[in-house]
Design a protein. Structure first.
Length: 282
């Protein structure tokens, strides 16, 4: 059974066949956890899919926030994309080096600012390279554009939104972290954070959405994974994780199977677990 929103996922064969299309912008959105001591931009400069632009979620972010890579303002997003030479008319194809990890964050960012013509490369550069497809080390130069952002507030949730939801329970919160983090069985990778999860939240580790080859699973498998966690597709959904990155993998998976309104708790556990007054469950 094909995905309801199959347009949001492109395969390597298709991208290689259309790689020279000037209306397609390819973004390398690779990002690594800080404790890995890897430099995604340096790795991009060494090799990337031909024509790809590097998109840094730590740079295109709210620089005034103490939290990592929080969503920027509409003006800041538009300014950053204009400098990259990205147009509102472009089809954006995003990938990362893990198969599906930080690419989903960038996919979600574009949707937050009204750019729905955005897709993720299935399997990312991991699959692309494994199939011996071309890689490049040339950094493309593009003319600046006048990009316009149209913010969609319904796709993002704040700390106060989630706190209010604890009283109403109108929306289901589903956490993308590994189960041992969700259950406070191991310390959080970021120092100073309490262990556990938002009371009443569900847990579907984002890695479960992926195959062994790090491509996304088929629609029936994705649906069954959410159903196993007792997610009600008829209720609003808020996705969460550690810093708002892999929460977007769950939102993307839900979008593929037809639930287009899953919002992301941007601060996620870094914000919730870092507050002393927010309630937690172990």
């Amino acid at each position: 059974m094909p995905y309801v929103n199959a347009h949001a996922l492109v395969e390597a064969d298709w991208l290689e066949a259309h790689i020279d299309n000037p209306k397609i912008t390819i973004l390398d959105a690779s990002w690594h956890m800080p404790n890995l001591n890897r430099d995604a931009k340096a790795e991009y400069k060494e090799k990337h899919i031909p024509g790809a632009i590097f998109f840094d979620i730590d740079v295109v972010s709210d620089g005034k926030s103490d939290l990592p890579h929080m969503l920027p303002s509409s003006d800041d997003f538009a300014s950053a994309l204009g400098k990259m030479g990205i147009s509102n008319e472009d089809l954006i194809v995003v990938y990362d080096s893990y198969g599906l990890f930080s690419a989903a964050r960038v996919w979600w960012m574009f949707r937050c600012f009204g750019h729905d013509n955005v897709a993720i490369l299935n399997g990312g550069s991991l699959k692309w390279e494994s199939e011996n497809r071309p890689m490049d080390n040339k950094v493309p130069t593009r003319q600046t554009t006048n990009y316009t952002a149209n913010f969609k507030s319904g796709l993002i949730k704040s700390l106060s939104d989630v706190q209010v939801n604890l009283e109403s329970m109108q929306a289901q919160v589903i956490d993308a972290r590994a189960r041992n983090r969700f259950n406070a069985e191991v310390p959080e990778p970021r120092p100073g954070l309490r262990g556990g999860h938002i009371p009443g939240s569900l847990n579907l580790p984002f890695a479960d959405i992926l195959t062994e080859a790090k491509t996304i699973k088929d629609e029936a498998s994705i649906r069954s994974l959410f159903e196993a966690e007792r997610l009600d597709f008829n209720k609003p959904v808020i996705t969460s994780c550690g810093t708002g990155v892999t929460a977007c993998v769950l939102s993307f998976a839900l979008y593929l199977i037809g639930k287009e309104d899953a919002a992301v708790y941007d601060g996620s556990w870094t914000e919730w677990g870092g507050h002393r007054e927010t309630p937690i469950e172990p």
